[in-house]
Design a protein around this ligand. Structure first.
Ligand code: BTN
Length: 243
């Protein structure tokens, strides 16, 4: 066991991993575990916090990271960022799929039904990456800020079952290790293709910020190519809805 229980309130069983978890650093409080992973880079180190005071989401959003309700963690990784965000979302889905049906929603959310339970954010600095994962575990609907109550969920709110954060983190880190080993062994294409399949968005009509079109391709950066009335458009990020 890692000696983290006194800080985080749960224990993490030993990891027999290759890339992920060379060190596990538990933090009582930090602005952001992604920031920790970039400021104190060490290949494979996992930074996990009880609370984040300025958790970062995509597109400059803040990520709701209340104490003890979820898993807020980042893996520090050296080298190319290619495929890291695909690996993050796929690993969460794979780690939990025996107990729950989860789906990956473009670009990198993990959902139970229509509700987002997990977000992935990869950030870079000086040749290093922080692969950050926020996974809501114990929240009831009322634990979310008002503006998230209709769209966010947690493992417990959506399954009606109890979940152990140590066991969940352990399962996700093991699944992530497997994806990262494959990526480092040249398996990018295979993982990209798995992610495209899981997103299940090819051929669908979608809408984003007034743009309506059919998804005809997803490139290897994860961007969507839409056939619209005004020609082809590339969409690299943002909130989309199916029409
Ligand atoms: C999203 O907007 O969906 C991405 C959210 C990513 C949140 C996680 S929590 C751990 C890590 N540290 C951060 O500041 N953000 C990521």
């Amino acid at each position: 066991m890692y000696k983290i229980a006194s800080i985080l309130g749960f224990d993490l069983p030993p990891l027999e991993t290759v890339v992920v978890g060379r060190a596990v650093i538990a933090l009582e409080s930090t602005p952001s575990t992604n920031l920790e992973a970039l400021l104190r880079p060490r290949d494979g180190a996992v930074y996990v916090a009880r609370v984040q005071t300025a958790g970062r989401g995509r597109r400059g959003n803040t990520w709701h990271s209340a104490p003890d309700l979820g898993l807020w963690f980042s893996v520090s990784l050296k080298g190319t960022a290619d495929g890291l965000s695909f690996a993050g979302a796929l690993a969460v889905r794979r780690a939990l799929q025996d107990r729950l049906a989860l789906t990956v929603k473009w670009p990198n959310d993990v959902l139970i039904g229509e509700r987002k339970v997990c977000g992935v954010l990869v950030e870079h600095r000086d040749g290093w990456n922080a692969l950050g994962i926020g996974l809501n575990v114990h929240h009831t609907r009322r634990d979310f800020p008002e503006e998230l109550r209709e769209i966010a969920g947690s493992l417990e709110s959506e399954s009606g079952e109890r979940w152990d954060r140590g066991a969940v983190l352990h399962a996700v880190l093991i699944a992530l290790d497997e994806y990262l080993r494959r990526l480092r062994a040249g398996g990018f294409l295979e993982i990209y293709e798995e992610w495209v399949r899981e997103c299940a968005i090819l051929g669908k009509i979608i809408q984003r910020d007034g743009i309506l079109g059919q998804v005809t391709a997803i490139d290897q950066d994860g961007a969507l190519w839409l056939k619209t009335g005004q020609g082809m458009k590339r969409i690299a990020s943002g909130e989309i809805s199916l029409v």
